[in-house]
Design a protein around this ligand. Structure first.
Ligand SMILES: [Zn+2]
Length: 531
């Protein structure tokens, strides 16, 4: 990694120097007031010290001696939050060589050879996503294909299904597996264990994972993100790990705030919010159903393109309610994966049961993650229960091509009801679910404004009455997530956290397509300058 890709938060635990930002359009987002702009902003000791006209802010006693950031009309936002992503998993994918679009075995082998040429000698080469079904050779690569490439590094290939792995001779040797000339290196299911463990050991011990994580977090930061709500789902192989962030934190290399959710129960009485302002425990992740693409999302009536199935719920009510009640009583916030309307029915029953159990000991609202379908009757009951709704605007451009096939025309109005959610007064957050969708929140803003595919279809947007205004869409990535996590950030208000993203353009005079391509030109987290 070059120095350019390293972040350093100087004097990490010391108060940062005061900063005066002027010449931009600061989007204040004060609660209960129409959105308005300020001319200048003063950051001091990790908090916003003043916001207002240029004259007001410059006459603040702390403004003298502050570092001045001069802008020319660019939008200044509260630091953005990606309220649901898989950050470590996204980072791990940075280290792999994508073979999913290779048209032949020959092309895949060429790509592996070139990757090895530019990688250090002790690095593993991990090729992922290959699928021989689409290759003219229509066979899985073997060690006999790999070794003649003359690669000195260990090579691991993982098929798109993740159930078949291939190692070259060096990888088999390092994994302690038979590696005589007759070994094909093709290993299935548990037989591949030693190979995968050898690779994982290298990833951990070489520091490759930590580097990739830092690079990935910096990539988020370059899109204006100052906090990520990351989520581990060990049951489906998506790991999260406080230690990885803690190591970055201890070396002053954690560039943004991290709130970590997991499907594993915490111990030691750890409750939601435990940690420090940079790294905290978020809560427990439940899955109520699967995905629309796989027809495993639980619907109340059969799929339009497969009348034999309604998808399926992962839980019976009784064990779900029991575990959820225990976690609720322990002060843990629940984040609950809920896609289909039958899953939302169960979520509503769960929220009603938790309400009977008594208020959350730490005052957290529970989170309905995805909330992709919502019938009118469900909207009314949800409004009474007042959970957080975690939506992913960037799902719409990806899901539109299959949506009507899956659910038919009649159920379309129940899907992606963003404007209804926001205008009913729910706490709504926006997120990428990275690596499911690209991680830039500016892409999420574009999707919330347009509700179209990348080529702009359907014209005028899908269910256009559910499009958000820019003010509403920005709320999903600023004060929405902050409120969900119980934090005083996400608005440019004196006394609130000095998390500030300076955009590279004025969003309010940009087209949605221009907004999609926006980046941060400067970024402050707790007043520390990250970019
Ligand atoms: Zn997710």
């Amino acid at each position: 990694m070059t120095n350019q890709n390293r972040c350093s938060v100087p004097g990490f635990d010391e108060p940062p120097h005061p900063v005066l930002i002027r010449g931009g359009r600061c989007w204040i987002a004060e609660a209960g007031r129409p959105p308005r702009f300020a001319e200048a902003l003063l950051l001091r000791e990790g908090r916003i010290a003043a916001v207002g006209s240029d004259e007001e802010v410059r006459s603040h006693p702390s403004a003298a001696g502050a570092e001045v950031v001069e802008l020319q009309g660019q939008t200044v936002l509260p630091g953005l939050t990606d309220a649901h992503a898989h950050a470590l998993y996204t980072a791990q994918n940075r280290n792999t060589l994508d073979l999913s679009d290779c048209a032949s075995l020959e092309e895949a082998l060429g790509r592996i050879r070139r990757a090895a040429e530019s990688a250090p000698r002790d690095h593993w080469i991990h090729g992922t996503g290959f699928n021989e079904a689409s290759w003219p050779e229509s066979r899985v690569p073997t060690r006999q294909d790999l070794d003649p490439l003359g690669i000195s590094q260990p090579v691991l290939l993982t098929r798109s299904c993740v159930h078949v792995r291939v190692g070259n001779g060096e990888a088999l040797r390092q994994a302690g597996l038979p590696h005589g000339p007759e070994a094909t290196g093709v290993l299935k299911e548990n037989d591949a264990g030693p190979l995968v463990h050898a690779y994982n050991r290298w990833v951990r011990e070489s520091g490759a994972e930590e580097q990739a994580l830092e690079e990935q977090l910096l990539a988020w930061a370059s899109c204006g993100v100052t906090e990520i709500h990351t989520c581990g789902a060990e049951d489906v192989g998506v790991s999260e790990n406080l230690l990885a962030y803690q190591k970055l934190r201890s070396r002053g290399h954690l560039p943004l705030r991290v709130l970590l959710y997991s499907d594993q129960e915490p111990s030691l009485g750890m409750a939601s919010g435990f940690g420090d302002p940079w790294l905290r425990y978020g809560g427990f992740k439940f899955f109520l159903d699967g995905s629309l693409g796989g027809r495993t999302a639980a619907l109340s009536a059969p799929y339009a393109d497969d009348p034999a199935t309604c998808g399926q719920l992962c839980w019976e009510d009784a064990p779900l309610f029991k575990q959820a009640r225990e976690l609720h009583a322990r002060g843990i916030q629940l984040q609950v994966h809920t896609i289909g309307d039958a899953a939302l029915d169960q979520m509503i029953r769960l929220l009603e049961d938790l309400r009977r159990a008594g208020p959350h000991p730490l005052g957290f609202r529970h989170r309905v993650n995805h909330a992709m379908f919502c019938r009118d009757d469900q909207m009314e009951r949800l409004a009474e229960l007042d959970p957080v709704l975690d939506i992913q605007p960037a799902f719409v451009p990806s899901d539109l091509p299959m949506l009507e096939d899956r659910v038919g025309r009649d159920r379309l109005p129940w899907s992606y009801r963003w404007a209804d959610f926001v205008r009913r007064g729910f706490v709504v957050t926006g997120s990428s679910d990275s690596p499911v969708e690209p991680f830039s929140p500016f892409r999420g803003l574009w999707a919330a404004l347009t509700r179209t595919t990348l080529p702009g279809l359907p014209e005028g947007g899908f269910q256009p009455q559910q499009k958000l205004t820019l003010d509403e869409a920005l709320g999903l990535f600023t004060h929405g997530p902050a409120e969900a996590a119980g934090e005083r950030r996400g608005r440019l208000i004196p006394g609130w956290a000095a998390d500030v993203a300076v955009c590279d353009r004025d969003l309010f005079s940009s087209s949605p397509e221009e907004i999609r391509g926006a980046r941060a030109s400067a970024l402050f987290v707790g007043g520390h300058r990250i970019l």
